[in-house]
Design a protein around this ligand. Structure first.
Ligand code: 6PG
Length: 249
């Protein structure tokens, strides 16, 4: 599969989430038909909550939940009960409401006070699940990502050390502006996805989206620019508000 780029502008946030749900369902069906399982990395933050809600309601009876395996592209350095936990958000919005076996959900052990140890443990979780040889990268069927107003994605923030990581799958990334560690997939993992889909909503994301898609600013400054799967499909699902800064949108 060669790499392809698709940018879809949806009129409203609701249409954006519906398009996201259709994408997940299509990718899940294709993966299960072809390989017997669907490995999905969820994004965090607030945007995907509505997508997860849709999957747990409209798609509850149509998705092959028992053959779906859930990972997290990044996690805050907090316990799973914390209000900032990406696991907590996804669990409340979807995972606790659908018939997915618990053993199919791979949570980042972010309650560990040692963020580097939590990242190393999750790195090993990926290597074991995908049965990787040293140097091999995991082939997720779908990686969902968001976009921060500063151009970050997952927990790959501008100017942070994780942007330089080329061999580890998961790292603890110190984020100065939040004075905290975040645990995140690295760029090589994001760029190995069969499908990598950004979901971007709202006018506050318009400047970052324009910079990522239509400027020659460096990836260090807008890390989402560094995401271009070598042999996969890169899909940008954006609503009209987020696309309002794009020329020709
Ligand atoms: C996180 C996310 C992060 C998110 C963006 C956008 O842990 O916060 O993984 O990369 O996708 O910050 O967040 P919103 O959807 O809340 O705007």
């Amino acid at each position: 599969m060669s790499s392809t780029l698709e940018i879809r502008t949806l009129t409203t946030p609701q249409e954006l989430f519906e398009a996201g749900a259709e994408l997940v369902a299509h990718a899940a069906k294709e993966a299960v038909d072809e390989r017997g399982r669907f490995a999905l990395a969820l994004s965090g933050g607030s945007t995907p909550r509505s997508l997860y809600n849709l999957l747990a309601t409209n798609a509850r009876n149509s998705l092959p939940w028992d053959k779906m395996f859930f990972f997290f592209g990044d996690e805050r350095h907090v316990p799973p009960t914390d209000k900032d936990s990406n696991f907590k958000m996804a669990n409340e919005a979807m995972l606790s409401k659908v018939p997915v076996p618990q053993e199919n959900i791979f949570r980042v052990p972010a309650e560990n006070p040692d963020a580097a140890a939590a990242a190393e443990a999750y790195d090993q979780t990926l290597r074991k699940f995908f049965a990787l040889d040293p140097g091999q990268l995991p082939l997720f069927d779908l990686i969902l990502l968001g976009l921060g107003p500063d151009g970050h994605t997952a927990s790959l923030f501008p100017g942070t050390a994780a942007l330089q990581e080329k061999s580890k799958l998961v790292v603890a990334n110190w984020v100065e502006k939040f004075n905290t560690y975040r645990i995140t997939f690295t760029i090589p993992v994001l760029n190995t996805g069969r499908r990598v889909a950004f979901l971007v909503s709202g006018t506050d994301k318009a400047p970052a989206l324009q910079a990522v898609l239509q400027s020659d600013a460096p990836g260090e400054q807008y890390p989402a620019k560094l995401v271009h799967p070598a042999n996969g499909k890169l899909i940008w699902l954006v609503d009209r508000a987020a696309a309002s800064g794009l020329t020709g949108a």
